[in-house]
Design a protein around this ligand. Structure first.
Ligand code: ZN
Length: 221
């Protein structure tokens, strides 16, 4: 079954999700908590379409493979083909904003990183990308004013502010389009702010985005 992105008004997007293009270390505070240097070129990776699931509802993860970390991220839905475009064109192709969890098998990732190997299996497993519905956009919002939060069992854990992104949304999407053609139905994850941590089994997650998106999810026990 192909995952089809949805809008908050219930409409389905015209195409199924193709790929999820992600960036690592797009917030300085998060790079610091990971003991990793800030980079002058974005660190890009892809989650396959099969990693996408609905964020609302029950979130399952392969806990038997080691620690699963949550990373709360602003997600962008792409509405037009983009290949090697400038930031203003990249920005115009975004038709929705939502929230995502970039679920990460942290022990597996740390082991593979240490061995100098690719870490797809730590970030691309089935269910590794819970996605909310997307707020429809007719014009680009003020990216730096966007704010989003994560609470785990009612406790504040992550707070992201667009202004803190090292690569702004238009610059990031343009850079992604230099490496990978982006197609309608592709989703961009823009990186996580500080505060990542282990996803507790059975926990209730509350995510919100300024401008009216609020999502509750439950982690499988
Ligand atoms: Zn991430």
């Amino acid at each position: 079954m192909r995952f089809v992105p949805r809008f908050t008004d219930g409409r389905e997007f015209a195409a199924p999700l193709g790929k999820v293009v992600c960036v690592g270390r797009n917030y300085a505070e998060h790079a610091r908590e990971m003991d990793a240097p800030v980079l002058d070129e974005p660190l890009l990776f892809i989650k396959p379409a099969t990693s996408a699931v609905n964020l609302e509802g029950c979130i399952a993860a392969p806990f038997e493979r080691g620690q699963v970390h949550y990373e709360t991220e602003l997600a962008l839905l792409i509405g037009e083909p983009l290949s090697n475009v400038a930031p203003d064109l990249a920005e115009q192709a975004i038709v929705g904003i939502g929230l995502a969890l970039d679920l990460t098998l942290r022990d597996v990732q740390t082991r593979l990183k240490g061995q100098g190997q690719p870490w797809e299996i730590a970030k691309g497993f089935d269910g590794a990308c819970p996605l909310s519905a997307f707020l429809p956009l007719s014009e680009a919002p003020n990216w730096s004013a966007l704010e989003f939060t994560l609470e785990v069992n009612g406790e504040s854990r992550q707070h992201g502010l667009g202004a803190d992104m090292l690569f702004s949304v238009p610059v990031l999407v343009a850079e992604m389009s230099r490496h990978f053609t982006l197609l309608p139905g592709d989703v961009i994850l823009t990186g996580t702010p500080a505060g990542v941590g282990e996803l507790p089994r059975g926990a209730t997650l509350s995510l919100s985005l300024t401008g009216g998106l609020a999502v509750e999810a439950r982690v499988a026990g």
